[in-house]
Design a protein around this ligand. Structure first.
Ligand code: HEC
Length: 457
């Protein structure tokens, strides 16, 4: 071991607690409470022990980083640098480096998985739904809906609404009616375009349709988020049925955090609940509040990219993207405020802070959160007999770090986490089909895999 590393080791053993206090008192105001969010960055001055030491001691006056030469002793600065480096190590656990996924047989903690390739080299496969007989429906963001038959032949579905295929928008989620086998009813969310004063604007909208052969018929819009915005990101778009047959819809804050999520007079930065004809359930939390949008179920959400109802108790769970750091997994309770952008475990993409608060009265805390942000996308509960070892677990896809995240739950508490299928690709969706299999979709190149559990010998 080199002497430098020994210094780090030594400090880790001796004075981490003091460094943590110094960080909170002197640094958190600019770099954020969550030191890990701060270290999740492109380093300008380098991130070795010496380089971090120099940044703190001398400061970076031209960029607004003060010098701490007269505030701390060299030993204290060394401790701070080591503390920051411990955060870098924590962040690095998500960078799998060369652990390439080279085989379709992948070991996980509790079961070996064989990846069965359903489709390969498609555009961005945003969302999937699977019938009991294995028929798979998937959307591609550019605007295509495809039915993949059990023999893997593709059927293009016509009658899909025109989408605003820009930025993060396009054809987004597909959800099948719980009784689809009998009524052939399905739901699509997408980014809808409108010209306002010669300017292109977009929003999140949802249609209901009936599948007749290979065509959507009786297409009817049942939800439109207001207001329309010029931005092309944070549409939200997730769809999920509750046990009463009502539909949950997530809408992102559309990049307008100050205007939208904390106010009930607009649809953005919320999760909504509607009946399938677009009308409002009588027991929605804000049906009797004047000036409020009646479909709102929860608010203070940033960009929810996962919605899943626990099949055991019917409770709604959500995952949402934080900024730099602070992706959340939340248990959604009607009428509750999830705090964005007033409380957050993340900081701005440019390294400055949004807020110095992680908790406040009247705002729900996440069940768990991710620093650094894994960019959680897609979410499902496992209750299929095909995966007895994962029953009751929550699965989340990671867009940013290209893997499948497993949360082992005990009630509302996360008791274990596993990073699975490392380097499979930018994971866009994960779902448990009605055939009991789990499917994941990834981007670049776009592919869908069925996860077949293999019996271990
Ligand atoms: C007044 C705001 C402010 C405070 C307080 C502050 N910093 Fe900074 N710090 C900055 C800015 C601005 C930069 C420039 C880099 C950037 O764009 O983030 C910076 C840069 C750094 C860098 C170099 C990062 C790189 O990319 O190489 C380190 C290390 C650092 N700060 C650590 C600390 C520590 C430790 C403390 C507390 C002792 C602290 N800072 C307090 C604003 C601040």
């Amino acid at each position: 071991m080199s002497p430098k590393e020994m210094v780090v080791e030594e400090v880790v053993k001796t004075d981490f607690a003091a460094a943590e206090v110094h960080y909170k008192n002197f640094c958190a105001g600019c770099h954020g409470e969550q030191m890990q969010a701060f270290v999740d960055r492109q380093w300008k001055k380098g991130n070795s022990q010496e380089q971090i030491f120099a940044s703190i001691k001398q400061g970076i006056p031209d960029d607004g980083m003060p010098s701490y030469d007269t505030t701390f002793t060299d030993q204290e600065i060394m401790n701070l640098a080591a503390y920051i480096r411990s955060g870098i190590a924590k962040t690095d656990q998500f960078k799998f480096g060369e652990t390439k996924l080279t085989s379709n047989i992948v070991a996980t903690d509790e079961v070996t998985i064989e990846l069965d390739t359903m489709v390969y080299n498609v555009e961005v496969p945003w969302s999937m739904q699977v019938l009991k007989d294995g028929t798979l429906f998937y959307t591609e963001r550019q605007g295509a809906l495809t039915m993949l038959k059990p023999d893997k032949t593709k059927v293009a579905i016509t009658g899909v609404p025109a989408v605003r295929n820009r930025g993060q928008g396009g054809l987004l989620e597909i959800e099948l009616h719980p009784d689809f086998e009998n009524n052939q009813m399905l739901f699509l969310s997408y980014s809808k375009m409108k010209m306002v004063d010669g300017k292109e604007m977009g929003t999140t909208a949802v249609i209901k349709a009936k599948l007749s052969g290979n065509a959507l018929t009786n297409v009817e819009e049942i939800f439109e988020a207001l207001p329309y915005k010029p931005t092309a990101h944070h549409y939200g778009c997730k769809l999920e049925f509750d046990k009463n047959g009502y539909l949950f819809i997530s809408v992102g804050e559309r990049g307008f955090e100050k205007e939208h999520p904390q106010f009930l007079d607009n649809h953005c930065g919320k999760v909504h609940r509607i009946k399938i004809d677009g009308t409002i359930p009588e027991d929605n939390p804000f049906v009797n509040s004047p000036g409020s949008i009646k479909s709102i179920y929860t608010y203070g959400n940033r960009n929810p990219q996962g919605l899943a109802v626990n099949p055991v108790d019917g409770k709604l769970w959500e995952s949402e993207h934080g900024p730099r750091g602070g992706d959340e997994v939340n248990l959604m309770k009607p009428g509750h405020n999830y705090g964005w952008p007033v409380i957050s475990y993340g900081i701005n993409y440019n390294g400055t802070t949004f807020t110095d608060k992680t908790a406040l009265e009247g705002m729900d805390q996440p069940i768990t959160y991710f620093v650094p942000s894994i960019a959680a996308s897609g979410m499902t509960f496992v209750n299929s007999d095909r995966y007895p070892m994962w029953k009751g677990n929550i699965l989340l896809g990671s867009l940013r770090f290209n893997y499948l995240h497993r949360l082992v739950m005990k009630g509302e508490e996360v008791v274990k986490q596993e990073l699975m299928l490392k380097n499979i690709g930018r994971m866009r969706d994960v779902t448990q089909g009605r055939d009991g299999y789990i499917y994941v979709s990834v981007e670049r190149p776009g592919a869908i895999y069925k996860l077949k559990p293999k019996v271990r010998s």
